[in-house]
Design a protein around this ligand. Structure first.
Ligand SMILES: NC(=O)C1=CN([C@@H]2O[C@H](COP(=O)(O)OP(=O)(O)OC[C@H]3O[C@@H](n4cnc5c(N)ncnc54)[C@H](O)[C@@H]3O)[C@@H](O)[C@H]2O)C=CC1
Ligand SMILES: O=C([O-])CC(=O)C(=O)O
Length: 345
């Protein structure tokens, strides 16, 4: 990976709200509308709480099929600038989305123990397709940040629905894989005794099992592991979602860490929109970097979405093998999403 990506992989986002306050109050660009679709859920509520504290946001529009009036009333009593609006049911989705600069989508069902992310496809594919259709209609130029699983299929669904809706530019549609980066940073800092605030591990590929590839050879600060330890920490990162699903024992999947990661990605999107330099995040996007037509790599973000794709960079032989195993798996999930979208009306 280009050294610039390594240098800037950790963006200045919600992990440093104070910095964000300073940045935006100095430039006065606190003018953005952010919509959260699925705002009443396990991720939606704490993520909306974090977004309510983000000074760049002027309006925070919360949409769900249930409970948004209550969530919006509750958040609106917080003494921060963002104005909160609650929207419930399909007939209020247009109002929620109109004028949005960034849309974050954690709508849909989460896993229970024993399920794969792909087991969520039957329920979540149509939820994401419906919401994508509305985004293409009401805010076609907004950044779209898709959290709903299976991300490896829901992002292709969204892009295909955009194309069907006549919106050909999909360079602002992102699958949020930030939680994989956040986990990698946390686990490697813990293993190596690093200051976690200074650790950056790019994570490439997709967002399920073996498609999640932490590029530990490009970790900043640099670090190395004996092969068995390297394989163990790589597998822990790949299975981290399942670790949480098991620990929650039927009560859902990661919500709080995902809220943090989602708010971080949304803040990076706002930084990019405001013209800030060196905003780099890994995300799952339409891509020509590998034979899989969607792939996550470190991306330089700008006002128009992806400004530069840093690609794979130099991979170790072990990481190259992980990419080889990932690509066919991703291709299956992408095809499944695209076929679903083709038949969706
Ligand atoms: N990308 C990632 O790294 C991660 C993704 N996820 C995924 O995020 C999704 C949400 O997870 P949770 O918040 O824990 O689930 P949850 O069940 O707590 O919340 C989901 C919310 O979506 C709402 N919803 C359902 N259908 C909707 C529709 N048509 N329009 C708008 N809202 C709708 C529900 O009413 C609920 O409030 C799941 O698919 C989960 O697998 C979870 C963790 C990490
Ligand atoms: O594991 C799940 O189902 C939720 C998820 O995507 C994660 O935590 O990475």
């Amino acid at each position: 990976m280009a050294s610039v990506a390594k240098q800037f992989l950790r963006p200045s986002t919600v992990n440093n709200l104070t910095k964000l306050v300073r940045n935006f109050s100095v430039t006065g660009q606190n003018n953005y509308k952010v919509a959260v679709l699925g705002a009443s859920g396990g991720i939606g509520q704490p993520m909306s709480l974090l977004l309510k504290q983000t000074p760049a946001i002027k309006q925070l529009a919360l949409y769900d099929i249930a409970h948004t009036p209550g969530v919006a009333a509750d958040l609106s009593h917080i003494d921060t600038a963002a104005q909160v609006s609650g929207h419930i049911g399909a007939e209020q989705l247009g109002d929620c989305l109109t004028g949005s600069d960034v849309v974050v989508i954690p709508a849909g069902v989460p896993r229970k123990p024993g399920m794969t992310r792909d087991d969520l496809f039957n329920t979540n594919a149509s939820i994401v397709a419906d919401l994508s259709k509305a985004c293409a209609k009401y805010c076609p130029t907004a950044f779209i940040c898709i959290i709903s699983n299976p991300v490896n299929s829901t992002v292709p669904i969204c892009c295909e629905i955009y194309k069907k809706s006549g919106v050909s530019d999909t360079s602002k549609i992102f699958g949020v894989t930030t939680l994989d980066v956040v986990r990698s940073n946390a686990f490697i800092a813990e293993a190596k005794g690093f200051d976690v605030s200074k650790v950056n591990v790019p994570v490439i590929g997709g967002h399920a099992g073996i498609t999640i590839i932490p590029v530990i050879s490009q970790c900043s600060p640099s670090c190395s592991f004996e092969q068995p330890a390297l394989e163990a920490i790589t597998e822990r990162i790949q299975d981290a979602g399942t670790e949480v699903v098991k620990a929650k024992a039927g009560a859902g999947s990661a919500t709080l860490s995902m809220a943090y990661a989602g708010a971080r990605f949304a803040a990076s999107a706002l930084d990019a929109l405001s013209g800030k330099d060196n905003v780099v995040e890994c995300a799952f996007i339409q891509s020509s970097i590998t034979a899989a037509t969607y792939f996550s790599t470190p991306l330089l973000l700008g006002p128009n979405g992806v400004k530069k794709n840093f690609g794979l960079g130099n991979l170790s032989d072990y990481e190259k093998k992980l990419v080889d195993a990932c690509v066919p798996e991703l291709q299956k999930s992408i095809k499944k999403g695209e076929e679903f979208a083709a038949n969706f009306h």
